[in-house]
Design a protein around this ligand. Structure first.
Ligand SMILES: Nc1ncnc2c1ncn2[C@@H]1O[C@H](COP(=O)(O)OP(=O)(O)OP(=O)(O)O)[C@@H](O)[C@H]1O
Ligand code: SF4
Ligand SMILES: [Mg+2]
Length: 343
């Protein structure tokens, strides 16, 4: 198994979050298994946002869930600062979970419909027993609601069905932030919301993480959303990492054939006149190439080879390792040389 790491350049501090060689497989009957995540690693520095990009089914959510140990990966390690989460005893893991929070795609179903907003926002301290002194509970709930742009007097006694989707997502964010986590995992946090509300929530996440110095893993399949909010972007294909690169200049610097295919799917206004060309609507699923192969039986060697225009014999026999081609830029491809712009 080749381990792949998404690491930033030249860091000396302990990363806020680090994962190594994550493997997640799901039983699929008759002795078969879904190879959802196969040896993925990543690092997120304090205050940094790492975007995870890739088309539907490539393993983004499975990586996100294994980072918070819900469920833990089949193998590999996850470290939150100096704490190794993998292998922690249940009670220790429960305490550590307050330090790493997740925001899910569907805010309405993430909230218990029978509870009021104030109880939902206070759910963390009541479950984890952390979050400080409960005597100032009401003040802290109101502050948390104000911080995400909600008026406490209007919403604190409402239930989720009395709120819009955007308001529900703000409640989810308030609930996560109240625990003062070090890392926020956002799994498609805006894809179920109206377009007009998406920008507000993205703006809220961006300003909040910057203000609090929070680290974030931001998962989505929309290239422009991930690129805009992230410092670095990790591109996944069929359970593997293809490329990790700074989001600034991504359109010109990307060299992995799959990343270039994703970028080519953006309209020209988003990719820029010099970016890779292709077609359609700006999501990774809009790739002009064939379907994603089955994760039950991934291709040998490079998993992208069945769709790659540059594949050679070596690509079917040998899995490409993720290599640094310049500081902060890593690629898993046999035919990309260090410091060259195109494979
Ligand atoms: N609980 C599960 N049982 C079996 N297979 C699963 C389970 N969860 C995920 N998978 C499979 O694992 C692979 C990765 O799924 P995952 O949800 O991580 O993809 P994703 O990149 O988040 O996709 P999307 O963009 O659609 O959310 C897929 O083939 C999926 O069908
Ligand atoms: S290793 Fe081969 S198949 Fe994989 S991306 Fe590179 S050229 Fe394409
Ligand atoms: Mg997902």
């Amino acid at each position: 198994m080749t381990t792949t790491h998404a690491t930033g350049a030249g860091r000396e501090q302990l990363p806020a979050l680090a994962a190594e060689d994550l493997v997640v497989e799901f039983p699929a009957g008759r002795g078969r298994k879904v190879h959802a995540v196969s040896g993925v690693g990543l690092e997120v520095a304090a205050g940094e946002t790492l975007g995870i990009l890739g088309e539907s089914g490539c393993g983004k959510s499975t990586v996100g869930r294994s980072l918070i140990q819900l469920p833990p990966p089949d193998s590999g390690t996850v470290r939150l600062g100096a704490t190794t989460l993998t292998g922690l005893a249940p009670e220790e893991l429960r305490r550590a979970r307050a330090r790493i929070q997740i925001i899910m795609q569907d805010p309405v179903s993430a909230l218990n419909p029978r509870r009021t907003v104030k109880d939902l926002v206070w759910e963390g301290p009541s479950i984890w027993g952390s979050g400080g002194d409960a005597r100032d509970k009401d003040t802290r709930i109101d502050t948390a609601l104000r911080d995400v742009g909600l008026d406490p007097a209007t919403v604190r006694d409402r239930r989720p069905h009395e709120l819009s989707g955007g308001q529900c997502q703000r409640v989810c964010i308030a609930r996560a932030l109240l625990l003062e986590p070090e890392v926020l995992i956002c799994d498609e946090p805006v894809s179920s919301l109206d377009v007009s509300v998406q920008a507000q929530i993205l703006n809220l996440l961006e300003t909040t993480t910057r203000r609090r110095g929070l680290s974030m893993v931001f998962i989505a399949h929309d290239v422009s959303v991930v690129k805009n909010i992230s410092d670095r972007v990790m591109v996944m294909y069929l359970g593997k990492t293809c490329e990790v690169l700074p989001s600034d200049g991504m359109h010109h610097e990307a060299v992995h054939p799959y990343t270039r295919l994703l970028l080519a799917s953006l309209p020209e206004a988003q990719r820029g006149p010099a970016g890779p060309r292709g077609a359609t609507d700006g999501t990774a699923d809009a790739s002009p190439a064939a379907e994603l192969p089955s994760p039950l039986d991934p291709p040998s060697g490079c998993r992208f080879r069945t769709r790659c225009p540059l594949a050679t014999g070596r690509c079917s026999g040998e899995e490409p390792a993720l290599r640094e081609i310049r500081p902060g830029h890593q690629v898993a491809c046999h035919h990309v040389e260090p410091r060259r712009n195109h494979p």
